[in-house]
Design a protein around this ligand. Structure first.
Ligand SMILES: [Mn+2]
Length: 420
């Protein structure tokens, strides 16, 4: 029997809302997970990536992390982990540092056996490297096997990679796929393998409304996945639909119904009524002890917008506009990196530099030639009804050249990347 805590997406070092308190919250949540692991004497803590929010954590972040990992080490609970997209450095990884100190094991193609289970690891694989991807794993002779990795997998929301494609490339049969990247905890079965996201340990965006937590995974003939909650910073979500004639007073009244002490207050206003100045509501919440208050008046944005924007997917409107620009391959690739891809903010400069250097090395000047404008008429015909998915592949620019195939880059990821 093997019992492990499966956690991930701890995003240590993230100073959400520019508040030092929030940075401490991420470390506190990680500490809770580790304290639970030590108290319950689990066989290991498995971390599925994004230990850090970006690849340049401060010395303070590293010291805090070391202190938490030492607690685990003192309790003789191994820390097994893979590298996520947020923290990935080009060469050595932070995880290697912790491994060199004896505080972590970086999972990879060699099985790490804990009790009756062999754990394998796969760091985040960028989209460009998924075609023809194969797992090359050493065999194991344990009763169970699990693969730990980081990325957006089917059958879950935002899934862009089918786990069975990965399973098909190896003889190792996995009892479980322990995942990070999607911050929403969820479990499903794919080809007789349990596939599970543990979720983030603290909210990294206001879209993460559910209680935060981690998984306890037991391998004992069968696989058993259970959720455990974490005591995280209070988030107060107030969604208001204003009626005619209602305005800021109504918003204040509703917000005032909650205990706001030390909370992050997220107010969303829709419906009819008068305009609501966010500052007026934010000040009201802060006066009542809120740590942070954010107000979004969706009606205001809708009125100011000249374009027809579907709020189900504003990215469609951005994609449409970018397509109209008639950018070269190189420029579109840079746009993808800066705006839409899962490259963490702090890594964008290096990735852009690498991308351009690669294109120059390829020596194909066409990559830098403008694709020509797709033209206003074409663009207008495309519409932006929000559920077309990839809309670019069939656009032919005015100059008659064939539009480059963009399937690989267009998958509705634009805003998701910012909070994963
Ligand atoms: Mn993440």
């Amino acid at each position: 029997m093997t019992r492990v805590i499966h956690t991930g997406d701890t995003h240590l070092g993230y100073r959400q809302y520019h508040r030092p308190e929030r940075k401490r919250d991420y470390l506190d949540a990680f500490r809770q997970v580790v304290d639970d692991a030590a108290a319950e004497d689990v066989d290991a803590v498995v971390h599925a990536g994004d230990l850090f929010h970006d690849r340049r954590p401060t010395l303070d972040d590293i010291m805090g992390t070391l202190s938490v990992l030492r607690t685990l080490d003192d309790a003789d609970v191994p820390f097994l982990a893979v590298v996520g997209n947020h923290e990935a450095k080009r060469e050595g990884q932070w995880l290697d540092l912790f491994e060199s100190l004896g505080l972590a094991t970086r999972l990879g193609p060699d099985p790490v056996e804990v009790g009756a289970t062999a754990f394998y690891g796969l760091d985040f694989v960028p989209r460009s490297k998924r075609e023809g991807f194969e797992l090359d794993l050493d065999a194991h002779d344990a009763d169970h096997a699990a693969l730990v990795t980081h990325g957006l997998f089917e059958p879950f929301d935002f899934g862009e990679w089918d786990p069975s494609e990965i399973f098909a490339t190896t003889d190792v049969e996995f009892d479980a796929l322990l995942l990070g990247d999607n911050h929403h905890a969820e479990t499903a079965q794919v080809d007789d393998t349990w596939v599970t996201y543990c979720g983030s340990t603290e909210r990294t965006s206001a879209a993460e409304r559910d209680e935060r937590g981690y998984n306890v995974v037991e391998f004992d003939g069968e696989v058993d996945v259970r959720r455990r909650g974490l005591d995280t910073r209070e988030f107060v979500f107030v969604d208001l639909e204003l009626g005619e004639g209602e305005g800021v007073e109504r918003v204040r009244q509703r917000v005032g119904e909650y205990d706001l002490a030390d909370a992050v207050v997220v107010v969303t206003v829709e419906g009819e009524g008068e305009p609501v100045t966010p500052a007026a509501v934010e000040e009201f919440a802060l006066d009542r002890g809120a740590l942070v208050a954010r107000v979004t008046d969706r009606r205001e944005t809708a009125e100011e917008s000249e374009r027809e924007v579907s709020f189900a997917d504003p990215d469609d409107a951005v994609r449409e506009r970018v397509r109209d620009l008639g950018l070269s391959d190189a420029a579109r690739s840079i746009d993808e990196t800066v705006r839409a891809s899962k490259v963490a903010d702090s890594n964008v400069d290096d990735v852009v530099q690498d991308t351009v250097a690669d294109l120059v090395a390829d020596g194909d000047p066409a990559a830098f030639e403008s694709a020509g404008s797709a033209g206003d008429d074409d663009a207008a015909d495309e519409g932006s009804d929000g559920d077309e998915g990839p809309v670019d592949a069939d656009v032919t620019p005015d100059d008659g050249t064939e539009a480059p195939d963009e399937d690989e880059d267009e998958d509705g990821q634009a805003t998701w990347g910012e909070y994963q």
